[in-house]
Design a protein around this ligand. Sequence first.
Ligand code: 6GU
Length: 252
Amino acid sequence: MRIDVISLFPEFVAQCAGFGVVGRAQERGLLALHGWNPRDYAEGNYRRVDDRPFGGGPGMVMLIDPLRACLQAARAADPTPAHVVYLSPQGQPLTQAKVRELAGRERLVLLCGRYEGVDERLVQAEVDEELSIGDYVLSGGELAAAVVVDAVARLQEGALNDAESAAQDSFEDGLLDCPHYTRPVEHALGKVPDVLLSGNHADIARWRRMQALGRTFLRRPDLLDPATLAPADRRLLDEFLARQGGEPGAGT
Ligand code: 6GU
């Protein structure tokens, strides 16, 4: 997969993508990341990329022409047609389902705004989809682009070492992940739950499912409507709630 990032700080996104799973995906040739700076396509001695908003108000708006020339250069660098995503707080929320869809594309262009945003005419003419990574304000789209690159890179075939681990992630089945433990069994901070030491794989799978259901219910009720649960899951959730006394404890 190829991702082109259009940003006033393209090195920032590249740096974010240099480590861990994403860095390895690049080394393995599963992901090619390219940065493009609209300032390199701006005219004049000052290489202006922004101007004051018509109608007044604070902040600056990114100019059409440097962005468009930059986008054109990025498109022309490879014959593969690109799906152009503009990262902005006005976009549709990024979900794991959307990540999966983006990860299946051959080529993405991620357009990062700075200042108050980019001229709406550029968005209308060149952008296929506008995405946000949450209901809070960042000073630019770069962190959001890094989020997209990471989430999409780890879904590329061969990016993860354990083929299982992506399928078991939080959200892949609509639930939060269960808790995890490693050595030592006994620690001053507590003991590992017995079931995980039992070697009984059916019991372990059942316990994990129960924890995933319980945590999702307590922490993210927006993700789980008990009324729509399969009867077996409903029983597991009831058991979880009965066991912890129905109290949303601080440790859950
Ligand atoms: Cl994609 N951009 C900015 N600037 N702020 C955000 C965002 C994106 N998503 C959430 N907040």
